[in-house]
Design a protein. Sequence first.
Length: 155
Amino acid sequence: MTTGTANRKVHEFESSNAAETIRAGHEIARFLKPPKFLILRGDLGAGKTTLVKGIAEALDAADPDEVTSPTFTLIHEYEGTHAGKTVKLYHLDLYRIETERQLDTLGLDELATPDSIVLVEWGEKFPSVVKRSQGEIIVLSSGGDTRKITLTLKE
């Protein structure tokens, strides 16, 4: 379902298993024309990385089994295509980052290029990331394996 206001577009998806979450990632990838910088929100184990598997696959950037959580490496980089043009997909996990100073060492400015899509888990912890964000993807567990996935893009 797609809804919107004057400055926001909202797309909602439902998933009841990992395969459907990956398919939702395929659908979301259609809306992610570079450059995009989005916060990826959800509790631990909600399915954020599974969703990124679908986005990466849709961009021909990686097979789903090649996409893993960047919890300890902080950043994973993939290269794919969007509308026939090369795109860099960055998947960041800021769970272990505690201060803006630590965040500065990641070089977010260098990642946010005209050909990039940057997806930042736990970005809501940092005002500088929230300010930079062009929207968010929220993955919420709605009981069992069921997930509600909401993509909100600022226009």
